[in-house]
Design a protein around this ligand. Structure first.
Ligand code: ATP
Ligand code: MG
Length: 430
């Protein structure tokens, strides 16, 4: 016998019974975006490799070692998107969305990175992202942060996450700071690990992001970009923090927060949690005013964030914050007691679904003995079974049996079902 084919490591199936928290979360996100006037954009999951190499940066973890890149049948180099911002910018430029207008966009979907799979880190994972274009003031930075804060509030997560904030300044300020930083690291060269030595020439700011505990003390003493900001960036940052203060949003200024993607400047932020172990960043973003121009467009200010849905769902489940109703249990199991009643049960189900849009009803299909039918009704998880047998057919009635409560069953005319079920769905005692 040939070996069974399995899913690719780090790429997960979402099985029935696991989808409820996702649907709940996605519903919350969609509602939130509408509340803030953000429009959804959907882009292909495959793009030309050059798009990511040019935007994310050649010497980032993502482009160096995490991308799924392949040649298609035409010999073009294509890549499964590792993140959403580059595609969003590409689409906005291609369709003229950035010309003399502002945009507030959001997206959701799968991303692909060849990382070592572990809890909270997968090779296919999902993000929700927000990208705004054409606005350069701290007001929009504050808005995207407040929007994310409201999502945590909606989900009951607000007390479990911390906002970390930093400014990366202008590219000139960053270049000058980079020299200072390299000089500092060179003085402490013996303490740098292998990864950091490699980054010393390619991407020294990323060294600040190292989680290596042996380097922690040395990193704590490194010069801080916050102390070397250009005036305009400092002012932008002060205005942003003043807006957050006014809105009552707490934050921690983390001078070592640099983000892994090259296109960020000025504001950067992360929402982190201590409830998930080492994969503690649930949402990350910032300002990327240079990216549109870098990809061949006119200079266009931009700010956004991306959040990892798997980590968010893990967090919701760890903290038991998925509401009971989100599981989508059935209200009613339509149970013909014999084959003669099947047609009537099917038609009655259609009628009731038409009359009661909130009703969640499932029809018993596939026949079976009386005993096995009752067992299936119970296993369906429904609160009620609607029984139709010989007597009911003869009298035009139906029997409502309570499957989860100690309660007498009800026998009633079919014409009264609508009102009775409506009352039961509304939580009244019919
Ligand atoms: P990390 O430092 O955890 O590798 P990152 O800086 O690579 O994160 P971003 O590219 O900013 O992450 O992506 C935004 C968010 O997407 C992260 O904060 C995280 O919640 C989620 N994310 C990133 N990579 C993965 C992954 N491989 N699996 C699951 N979620 C991920
Ligand atoms: Mg990463």
């Amino acid at each position: 016998m040939s070996k069974k084919i399995q899913a690719i490591r780090g790429m997960n199936d979402l099985l029935p019974g696991q989808s409820a928290p996702w649907q709940y979360f996605e519903g919350q996100v969609r509602a939130l975006m509408q509340r803030y006037g953000y429009d959804e954009i959907r882009t292909p999951i495959v793009e030309q490799t050059a798009l990511f190499a040019r935007s994310i940066g050649e010497v980032t973890d993502i482009v160096e070692k995490e991308m799924y890149t392949f040649e298609d049948r035409n010999g073009d180099s294509l890549t499964l998107r590792p993140e959403g911002t580059a595609s969003c910018v590409r689409a906005a430029m291609e369709h003229g969305l950035l010309h003399n207008q502002t945009q507030r966009l959001w997206y959701q979907g799968p991303m692909f990175r060849h990382e070592r799979p572990q809890k909270g880190r997968y090779r296919q994972f999902h993000q929700v992202g927000v990208e705004t274009f054409g606005l350069d003031g701290p007001d929009i930075d504050a808005e995207v942060i407040l929007l994310s804060a409201r999502l945590w509030q909606q989900l009951g997560l607000f007390e479990h996450v911390t906002l970390e904030l930093n400014s990366l300044g202008s590219s000139q300020a960053r270049a000058a700071y980079r020299d200072l930083l390299v000089a500092y690291f060179e003085r402490h060269h013996a303490l740098l690990d292998e990864d950091s030595r490699r980054r010393l020439t390619s991407n020294p700011l990323r060294i600040l992001d190292s989680k290596n505990p042996d380097m922690a003390e040395m990193l704590a003493g490194a010069p801080k970009l916050m102390d070397h900001l250009d005036d305009a960036s400092r002012e932008h940052f002060e205005q942003l923090t003043a807006l957050l203060d006014a809105a009552g949003i707490d934050y921690v200024i983390n001078p070592r927060l640099v983000r892994g993607l090259d296109y960020y400047g000025r504001t950067v932020f992360e929402w982190t949690t201590t409830a998930l172990g080492s994969q503690g960043t649930v949402c990350a973003g910032g300002r990327y005013d240079g990216l549109v121009e870098q990809l061949g467009g006119k200079p266009t200010p931009a700010v956004g964030f991306a959040l990892g849905i798997e980590r968010l769902i893990l967090l919701l489940e760890t903290l038991a914050l998925v509401p009971e109703g989100a599981r989508g249990e059935l209200d009613l199991y339509l149970l013909p007691m014999d084959d003669a009643a099947t047609r009537q049960a099917l038609l009655l189900g259609e009628r009731l679904r038409g009359e009661l849009p909130a009703l969640r009803a499932q029809l018993h299909c596939g026949g079976g003995s009386f005993k096995s039918r009752i067992k299936k009704a119970d296993r369906s998880g429904a609160r009620l079974a609607l029984l139709l047998g010989e007597d009911e057919l003869a009298q035009g009635t139906a029997t409502l049996k309570f499957l989860r409560e100690e309660r007498e069953q009800l026998s009633l005319p079919q014409a009264e079902l609508k009102a009775t079920l409506a009352a039961l769905l509304a939580g009244e005692n019919a």
